[in-house]
Write a protein that binds this ligand. Structure first.
Ligand SMILES: NC(=O)c1ccc[n+]([C@@H]2O[C@H](COP(=O)([O-])OP(=O)(O)OC[C@H]3O[C@@H](n4cnc5c(N)ncnc54)[C@H](OP(=O)(O)O)[C@@H]3O)[C@@H](O)[C@H]2O)c1
Length: 301
C-alpha cells in the first residue's frame, strides 16, 4: 500500500498558522497534524514518537514542521529534533516560525539581486538598516545580511535599549555581529537613514516606517525593500509590486511586499516538496531557505 505523506506540525503557540497548513497541503502532504503549546523539552519525545512506527522506508513519507513566533526557539527546536533522530529512523524537519525564515530569505535574496542588477555591487560592507528589525523577519534578515558581510543595524521604534537587546541576543544565538538603534523619533530615524546603503522595512503589518519626507535624509540609499503588504506601504513610494523600480527623487530602487512574497511562497513550497521527495532526511532552517531563494532568483535570469 502507498503510504500517505504525513506532516507533524509543532508550535509553541496556541495555534498552528493556517498559512503554513495550506502550504503543507499544497506541497503534497496528505495528512497534516498540528500540535500546539509544544515546549522545547517536548521536542525529543514527540520526534521519537513520529519516527518509529512507519519503518525505515515509511519515515521518508513523514516530516516535521516547526512554527511559532520565536525565531531563536525555532532554531533550538530544529536542532533538538535533529538530535532526537535514531538512524535509520530519521525524518526531514523544516523550521519557519511565523514565515520569518522563508520571508527573510526571500527579502535578502531580492535585495542582493537588485544591488547587482541596479548598482553592480553586493552586500559586502554595505550598511543595512532594518526598520522594525526587532521582529521575527527583521532579526533573521539581519543575520542573513550580516553573514554576507553587511554591517547590520536592527532598529526599534521603542528605544535604543530595546534595539540593543534584540541585536545582542540575536547576534549571540546565531554567531554574527548586529548593532541596535532606537529610531522612535524623526531625528533619530533620519540620522540612521543618512548612514544607510540599504533599508529594509520589516515592522508590523500596516505600519509605515519611512515617510516620503524621510527620503531627503537617505541620499545614499541603493535599495529600499518592504515586506508589509497591508496599506499604507512600509516605505512611502515603494509599491507592493515594485521589483527594482527606481524610487522617485532617489538613486535607490524599490522592492515591494508582493515581489518578496512571490519568492517567499516559492521558497516555502520548494522546501516542503524537497522534503517529500528526499531520499535522505533534510534539516531546513533559514540558511537553506536563503540558498533556495537564490536558486529561484538565479533561475529567473
Ligand atoms: N511579504 C511577505 O511575504 C511577508 C511574509 C510574512 C510576513 N510579512 C510581513 O512582515 C512584517 C514583519 O513581520 P513580523 O512577524 O516580523 O512582525 P512583528 O514581529 O509583529 O513586528 C515587527 C516589529 O515591528 C515593530 N513595530 C510594531 N509596531 C510598530 C509601530 N507602530 N511602529 C513602528 N514599528 C512597530 C516592533 O518593533 P519595535 O517595537 O522594537 O519597534 C516589532 O518587533 C509584517 O508586516 C508582516 O505582515 C510579509
Amino acid at each position: 500500500m502507498e503510504r500517505s505523506y504525513i506532516l507533524h506540525m509543532f508550535t509553541p503557540g496556541k495555534q498552528m498558522s493556517p498559512f503554513d497548513i495550506n502550504m503543507a497541503v499544497d506541497a503534497g502532504y496528505q495528512v497534516v497534524v498540528p500540535y500546539c503549546g509544544v515546549s522545547l523539552d517536548e521536542i525529543t519525545g514527540l520526534t521519537q514518537d513520529a519516527i518509529f512506527s512507519r519503518g525505515p522506508k515509511g519515515v521518508k513519507a513523514t516530516g516535521i514542521f516547526i512554527g511559532g513566533r520565536d525565531v531563536m526557539l525555532a532554531a533550538d527546536m530544529l536542532a533538538r529534533a535533529r538530535k532526537a533522530m535514531v538512524p535509520p529512523f530519521e525524518v526531514s524537519v523544516i523550521a519557519d516560525p511565523s514565515g520569518a525564515y522563508t520571508t527573510a530569505a526571500a527579502l535578502v535574496a531580492c535585495v542582493e539581486r537588485q544591488l547587482g542588477v541596479a548598482h553592480g555591487t553586493d552586500l559586502t560592507g554595505k550598511r543595512v538598516l532594518i526598520l522594525g528589525g526587532t521582529g521575527t523577519v527583521g532579526r533573521i534578515a539581519g543575520v542573513l545580511a550580516a553573514g554576507l558581510g553587511a554591517q547590520v543595524t536592527l532598529a526599534s521604534h521603542r528605544d535604543q535599549a530595546n534595539a540593543e537587546r534584540a541585536a545582542a541576543e540575536t547576534a549571540q544565538r546565531f554567531g554574527c555581529s548586529l548593532r541596535g538603534a532606537g529610531t522612535g523619533d524623526e531625528a533619530s530615524r533620519r540620522a540612521a537613514l543618512a548612514e544607510a546603503d540599504v533599508v529594509l522595512a520589516t515592522a508590523a503589518a500596516g505600519v509605515q516606517v519611512m515617510s516620503a519626507d524621510d527620503r531627503a535624509s537617505a541620499a545614499g540609499l541603493l535599495v529600499a525593500a518592504d515586506v508589509n503588504a497591508v496599506p499604507p506601504e512600509g516605505i512611502a513610494g515603494v509599491g507592493v509590486m515594485d521589483n527594482g523600480k527606481p524610487i522617485a527623487g532617489m538613486r535607490a530602487v524599490g522592492i515591494g511586499a508582493l515581489a518578496v512574497g512571490n519568492v517567499k511562497y516559492q521558497v516555502e513550497n520548494g522546501l516542503l516538496v524537497a522534503m517529500r521527495n528526499a531520499d535522505k532526511p533534510l534539516y531546513l532552517g533559514f540558511a537553506e531557505a536563503f540558498d533556495k531563494a537564490r536558486e529561484i532568483l538565479a533561475a529567473k535570469g
